[in-house]
Structure formats: structure tokens, C-alpha cells
Design a protein around this ligand. Structure first.
Ligand SMILES: C[S@@+](CC[C@H](N)C(=O)[O-])C[C@H]1O[C@@H](n2cnc3c(N)ncnc32)[C@H](O)[C@@H]1O
Length: 252
């Protein structure tokens, strides 16, 4: 395992961390584990974006290798991605996706460029989360949506991540090598960016105790059905991943 000296969450630290294991990132994701745990997360996240983004201009912040973007391009009118890791972006480019190098805290786009700006599994690794959310709101048009995913401390996943051993992200890295923050659903409301109103949320990973339970066909069937059935119920407040939807009303 690579020992990372800097898990500060600064742009440079995150870039180094994700560059280091970009080659290995999809070892258990995407086509390497069809129907598996990570695919289910991506499916539920992209499904929530679809509700607001059919035929509209969409940006994914922290798009990585493009696993969520390939789902978004099925329904977006235009689709762009931004990420600070050249290693991760290389794979997204191979997928034919329109991606740009840049940081969530300083988005390289004009104000009011997109109808929907979304981010998954990224903001929990950004210490300056308020700045990133303000940037997402800035590049979103009035009447559009900002969809932001938080890691929920009040969930089975949140509990296990904080007291259990670090999960493996790739061959050469584990979760303790990167800055990670947990923000509750109540905190997600408090973090509503200026000029926006909290408009709802979806919960992802409400029932799955551990990704291991999604290794066999029965587990896949049961948990997939359960997650789809519960993601928009009040149990979303106990989900490991909490996707908040903020509607942009006017410029901050
Ligand atoms: C766990 S991956 C998620 C990728 C993608 N959203 C997905 O769901 O497949 C996290 C991504 O966030 C990117 N990232 C981390 N901090 C960032 C920042 N401050 N600005 C932009 N991207 C960032 C990383 O480079 C990495 O590609």
C-alpha cells in the first residue's frame, strides 16, 4: 500500500491520491462488476439526476473516470464533467466524454452555464465544502438544480467507516489515505448554498450492511429491490449516501 503523507483534502493532495490509483479504480466497478454494489450506487444517483435533467444541460463535478456520466449522457441535452485528477480524466476521455481539468472550489465555467450541476462521492473529500457548493450554485442557471451527495454519519455505512478498518479503494490505496468528512442530512440543509432553497433528497445505501452482501446473485436481487423501493422514503435520512437537491432561485 502507498503511504500518503498528505490527506489534507487540498486540491494537490486529492489530485495525487486519485492520480495514484486511477489505473486501478475500476477494478471492482463498472463493467468489471456488472450488477454489483458500485453499479447500484451509480444507477440510483443517475436516476435522481434524470428527474431534473431530461433534455437539459448538465455538469458533473468530480466526474472521475466517467462511470456516472455515461449514464447521464443517456438523457442530458449536453453533458460536461470536471475533475482535478488527470489520471481519472484520461479514462473519461477514452469514453468519449467532454471533460475538463479543474477544481470543485474554482470551477472553470461561466456563471449560469448549466441547468443541473451534480456531484457524487466527491464533496465528502473536500474540506472547503461551502466553497464547492457556492461554485456549483454559481454555474447553475436560476430555476436549475444543484445535486450534492454527502456521506451521512447517521447510517450503517457512516458508523462502519468511522469505527471499522479502512476499506480498500484500489490495490494501492485505502480510504484512510484521503481526507473524508461526514455531514448529516440536517447539516446538508444548513449547507444550502446562498441563492438556493433545499428542495428534497434521495438516500442511497439504506439497507446494504456491507458491499460484501452484493457479491452473490440473491443479495444483488434483494438489495437492489430494497434500495429502489426505499430511496425516496423518509428512510433516506438513514442512508450512507445522502443526495441533497437545491433549487437555484437567484444569483448569490
Ligand atoms: C470517488 S471518485 C468519484 C468519481 C465519480 N463522481 C463517480 O461517482 O464515479 C472522486 C473523484 O473526485 C475527484 N475530486 C476530489 N477532490 C476534488 C476537487 N476538489 N475538485 C474536483 N474533483 C475532485 C477525484 O479526482 C475523483 O476523480
Amino acid at each position: 500500500m502507498v503511504a500518503y503523507m498528505d490527506a489534507s483534502g487540498s486540491s494537490e493532495a486529492n489530485k495525487q491520491y486519485y492520480d495514484a490509483f486511477s489505473a486501478d479504480y475500476e477494478r471492482e466497478r463498472g463493467q468489471n462488476d456488472p450488477g454489483g454494489y458500485h453499479e447500484l450506487l451509480d444507477e440510483l444517483e443517475a436516476g435522481y439526476v434524470r428527474r431534473f435533467a431530461e433534455g437539459r444541460d448538465v455538469l458533473e463535478v468530480g466526474c472521475g473516470t466517467g462511470l456516472v456520466m455515461v449514464r447521464l449522457r443517456e438523457f442530458a441535452r449536453t453533458l460536461r464533467g470536471v475533475d482535478l485528477s488527470p489520471g481519472m480524466l484520461e479514462k473519461a476521455k477514452h469514453r468519449g466524454l467532454d471533460v475538463t481539468l479543474g477544481s470543485a472550489t474554482e470551477l472553470p465555467f461561466e456563471s449560469s452555464s448549466f441547468d443541473v450541476t451534480c456531484s457524487f462521492k466527491v464533496l465528502a473529500h473536500v474540506p472547503e465544502i461551502e466553497k464547492a457548493l457556492a461554485e456549483m450554485a454559481r454555474v447553475t442557471r436560476p430555476g436549475g438544480m444543484v445535486l450534492a451527495e454527502f456521506y451521512n454519519p447517521f447510517s450503517v455505512r457512516g458508523l462502519l467507516k468511522r469505527v471499522g478498518p479502512a476499506g480498500k479503494i484500489a490495490q494501492s490505496a485505502n480510504e484512510h489515505d484521503v481526507y473524508t468528512r461526514f455531514d448529516s442530512p440536517a447539516r446538508a440543509r444548513e449547507l444550502t448554498p446562498s441563492g438556493c432553497v433545499f428542495a428534497g433528497a434521495r438516500g442511497v445505501r439504506i439497507t446494504i450492511p456491507s458491499a460484501r452482501f452484493m457479491k452473490n446473485p440473491l443479495g444483488r436481487r434483494v438489495f437492489r429491490a430494497a434500495e429502489h423501493a426505499l430511496c425516496d422514503t423518509p428512510l433516506k435520512n438513514l442512508a450512507g449516501f445522502y443526495v441533497a437537491a437545491y433549487e437555484k432561485r437567484h444569483a448569490a
